[in-house]
Design a protein around this ligand. Structure first.
Ligand code: SF4
Ligand code: SF4
Length: 105
């Protein structure tokens, strides 16, 4: 059985991974300037444009993550990108992020 953790007592994955907007994310974010402001463009080959969630330069945290890592919350939870929804608690990506922050596995 996969491990179970309280994400609001963690936040490690939100301070670890680049989050690419995918599929319907782009439509949703481009329709709302306050969401779009949390992203950064990334020029791919042939000039096609993609967007990532913006990360703080100093900490690597997603700019939508509010509060310290042990008491945090996604400030756009209802609108969060598909990749964020798909990262499962207890998955290899979850465990790797927790381990990198020295959190118990
Ligand atoms: S690393 Fe795992 S426990 Fe921590 S916030 Fe992400 S999904 Fe939740
Ligand atoms: S959008 Fe929310 S869930 Fe996704 S990385 Fe940023 S803070 Fe975490």
């Amino acid at each position: 059985m996969a491990a179970s953790y309280d994400c609001q007592s963690c936040g490690a994955c939100c301070a670890t991974y680049d989050v690419l907007l995918m599929g319907t994310d782009l439509d949703r974010f481009e329709a709302d300037p306050s969401l779009l402001a949390l992203t950064t463009p990334y020029e791919k080959l042939a000039g096609a444009q993609a967007r990532f969630m913006r990360r703080e330069a100093a900490t690597g945290r997603c700019v939508a993550l509010h509060g310290p890592l042990h008491a945090c919350a996604c400030s756009i939870y209802g609108d969060r990108p598909i990749l964020c929804r798909e990262l499962e608690v207890g998955s290899p990506h979850c465990l790797a992020a927790r381990e990198a922050f020295g959190l118990p596995l």
